[in-house]
Design a protein around this ligand. Structure first.
Ligand code: ADP
Ligand code: TYD
Length: 223
């Protein structure tokens, strides 16, 4: 993808890569591997995640851990607000980084909202609520790591304590369906790569690298 120069700074802007998937799909693992691969090639890269650890993200964390109560519609709106802050805050916002020429990898972006909040609220409402973010910064590519919710549950239960595993599984099934519906709905507007996340992490990492380096990377990615 040809990148135009940033008019204000004269620097070539970085690209944004968003990782998506149900909980336990292997996003953090793959982001770590991609970051390391980029580091070895001397490609500048910043990794970040949603919900953030900034004030709105911290409130979301308190809701998710049950310390604060909130209606699902409020939660959906908070995620949209956290995302705007993630983009626009002047200290380490994604727009600031991209404009400085830094490539950014985010663990979750607006497709997470489409997938996790549709059901509580209409998907079109969620898309509309996130329209600002989408207009401000659309990723070069969304990488969806697709795994079976059963396998995700197995991985999650090995590592974390979940008292309502059954409830969690039915939610993951629905979230995966919502992801696929959202990709279909926006297939003309968004670049999405779906990878099979049930394989060995190294094999998945190699596939992701091969798929993104030629299409999205500059000359330094090819070395
Ligand atoms: P996420 O960030 O999507 O929640 P993680 O990368 O934290 O997922 O992975 C969840 C768990 O599954 C971790 O214990 C991780 O080591 C393991 N894991 C990640 N990728 C794979 C894989 N391809 N095969 C088997 N286990 C994996
Ligand atoms: P986290 O512990 O970071 O999970 P994971 O490692 O799977 O990413 O928690 C993020 C949770 O927040 C996850 O369950 C998905 C949810 N979420 C939403 O419900 N809406 C959103 O817009 C985003 C970004 C995340």
């Amino acid at each position: 993808m040809e990148q135009t120069k940033n008019i204000q700074t004269g620097e070539k802007p970085g690209i944004l890569i968003a990782f998506e998937g149900i909980d336990g799909s292997g996003k953090s693992t793959q982001i770590g591997m991609l970051k390391e691969r980029m580091r070895q090639k001397g490609i500048c890269c910043y990794t970040t995640m949603e919900p953030t650890d900034a004030p709105i993200g911290s409130l979301i964390h308190q809701i998710m851990t049950g310390r604060v109560k909130a209606d699902p519609r409020v939660i959906a709106a908070l995620f949209a607000a956290d995302r705007l802050d993630h983009l626009l805050n002047e200290v380490d916002g994604m727009v600031y980084k991209i404009n400085k020429g830094i490539n950014v990898i985010t663990d979750r972006y607006y497709f997470s909202s489409y997938a996790y909040h549709s059901g509580d609220v209409d998907m079109d409402w969620v898309i509309k609520a996130n329209e600002q973010s989408r207009n401000i910064l659309k990723p070069a590519v969304h990488i969806f790591i697709d795994i079976d919710p059963d396998e995700a549950m197995e991985r999650i239960s090995k590592n974390r304590y979940h008292k309502e595993l059954f409830e969690k599984k039915s939610r993951l099934i629905k979230v995966r369906e919502n992801y696929l519906a959202a990709f279909e709905k926006l297939k003309k507007e968004e670049k999405v790569i779906i990878v099979d996340g049930s394989r060995d992490p190294q094999v998945i990492g190699d596939e992701i690298w091969e798929k993104i380096k030629n299409e999205f990377g500059g000359a330094e990615w090819q070395q």
